[in-house]
Design a protein around this ligand. Structure first.
Ligand code: C2E
Ligand code: CA
Ligand code: CA
Ligand code: CA
Length: 279
């Protein structure tokens, strides 16, 4: 038996062995997936109130030979636990910035913002700032068009270090959006101290906007909060014209969701952007 905290005895049982085996198997799968190039990025457009595409969010996809496409919701948590999020996160950043640099060179595309999700473990890694700066230098992507999406848990723990990391990147032009906003525990004092550029209203609130007065009230509050802090606000998970209209009336300036486009492979989103601009 293994001693766990507070004198609780925990016995190692077959179920735990199974969990350990699965953990090891997952780690091996993920490592080989990186080597075998089973990962790809899809890109989902972000639009302003006039319907212009402002940029895209890069979303990770894992296509397994046997299982097909696996949702990041299934493997990101395990990648965080095993630490594999570090090489995986570097791959995401490198791939997204390579794409951003390529789009930047195309005269038929307006300057776009590339939003990249960063997990807490990745953000807290001692090498994170250097990694981002190196990727920007290597790919030639413009730092001012890179937006990192962070989650609220970073605001709760080790605030001083979080701010220092953000400031170091912001000095180079990188900006930040707070993802899934409203679902976490960030206090307003913290929010004010963070060098943020944008709040991203969680899709859970957007989903029930028109049927749940509480969600509607929360969204109004977030928009007002963003406004008073001088931050941009974007709504994610916008699926209907009614939701978009409601959000526009409430003062929301940017939108993302299936109403406009699902996340698409690079070539498809590029075509969409080109037809969108010439339309
Ligand atoms: P997220 O950052 O909140 O991303 C939004 C999720 O909502 C995406 O799911 C997107 O495909 C989905 N979505 C977009 N529009 C709509 C809509 O209109 N309706 C609905 N119902 N859903 C919509 P996805 O791609 O499965 O990603 C799930 C989560 O995995 C992301 O949530 C993010 O937390 C994480 N993730 C994805 N890519 C990365 C990555 O490269 N790095 C890290 N660390 N996390 C990632
Ligand atoms: Ca996100
Ligand atoms: Ca989100
Ligand atoms: Ca969410």
């Amino acid at each position: 038996a293994k001693m766990a905290g507070r004198s609780t005895l925990r016995f190692f049982n077959p179920g735990m062995q199974k969990a350990v085996d699965e953990h090891v198997a997952f780690e091996a799968d993920l490592r080989s997936a990186l080597a075998q190039q089973e990962f790809s990025l899809h890109y989902q457009p972000q639009l302003n109130a006039r319907g212009q595409i402002l940029g895209v969010e890069a979303l990770l996809r894992w296509t397994q030979p046997r299982r097909g496409m696996v949702s990041p919701a299934e493997f990101i948590p395990a990648a965080e636990e095993t630490g594999l999020i570090l090489p995986l996160g570097r791959w995401v950043l490198h791939t997204a910035c390579t794409r951003l640099a390529a789009w930047q060179k195309q005269p038929d595309l307006a300057p776009l913002t590339m939003a990249v999700n960063v997990s807490p473990r990745q953000f807290r890694d001692a090498g994170f700032v250097a990694d981002v700066l190196r990727v920007l230098a290597v790919t030639g992507a413009p730092a001012a068009q890179l937006k990192l999406e962070l989650t609220e848990s970073l605001l709760v723990e080790d605030m001083a270090k979080t701010i220092a990391t953000m400031e170091a990147l912001r000095a180079h032009g990188v900006s930040f959006s707070l993802d899934d906003f409203g679902t976490g525990y960030s206090s307003l004092t913290y929010l004010k101290r963070m060098p943020l550029g944008q709040l991203k209203i969680d899709q859970g609130f957007v989903h029930d906007l028109l049927s749940d007065p509480n969600d509607a009230a929360i969204v109004r509050t977030i928009v007002a909060l963003a406004d008073s802090l001088g931050l941009e606000v974007i709504a994610e998970g916008v699926e209907t014209e009614e939701q978009r209209h409601w959000l526009a009336q409430a003062g929301c300036q940017a939108y993302q969701g299936y109403l406009f486009s699902k996340p698409l492979p690079a070539q498809e989103v590029e075509q969409l952007m080109q037809s969108h601009i010439s339309a």
